[in-house]
Ligand binder design. Sequence first.
Ligand SMILES: Nc1nc2c(c(=O)[nH]1)N[C@H]1C(S)=C(S)[C@@H](COP(=O)(O)O)O[C@H]1N2
Ligand SMILES: [Mo]
Length: 198
Amino acid sequence: MAGKYFEKPGPELADRVPPGQHLAKGFPVLTYGDTPAIAPADWSLTISGLAQPQTFSWAEIMALPQSDFTADFHCVTTWSKLDVTWRGVRISDLMEQLVVDPAAAHVMLHCYGGYTTNLAIADFVRPDNFLAHTLEGEPLPPDHGGPMRLVVPHLYAWKSAKWLSGIEFLAGPALGFWERNGYHQRGEPWAEERYSDR
Ligand SMILES: Nc1nc2c(c(=O)[nH]1)N[C@H]1C(S)=C(S)[C@@H](COP(=O)(O)O)O[C@H]1N2
Ligand SMILES: [Mo]
């Protein structure tokens, strides 16, 4: 699909754009359902399951080391956006604050509004994953997941949970919202892991 909203990547970008993807113009919003309105003061992040239970307030997350990120964003509906700039907290820096049971092998991400998505722990703790509160130098807009979302650049963007409210550590695999509804458990864009592998 080329034209008003999408363009075919030129040869110089071909190695940045996974198979079957086109470059989006602008930054589309992709949400199932309504956009929840959460003020930072009302936002919190709850750690549950196979980990010491903990709840982080907005101020507690903002007190952790803050980093800048530039990452490509690939939606399974075939649009990609390159070099998105974000600011937030590295998942590896968050993990240093947690006491996780070594038996934890998967995570379920929970969101305000009820959306969920699952990740294997190796896909969750990668150093390029982060919680984002800033997009292109501005506070993360509500429709892009503000005040706080997860970004997992190496997988399709349905894994990048908007309005993140909880991280649940699990011993075994479990399915989130889109994974129950036909998407792949992992979702690696270079392998085109789009649809259910079950
Ligand atoms: N809570 C929540 N997170 C979500 C979604 C959603 O519907 N609800 N959609 C996912 C999908 S399919 C994509 S492509 C990205 C889109 O992020 P964007 O709206 O900032 O482009 O968010 C992901 N995270
Ligand atoms: Mo998506």
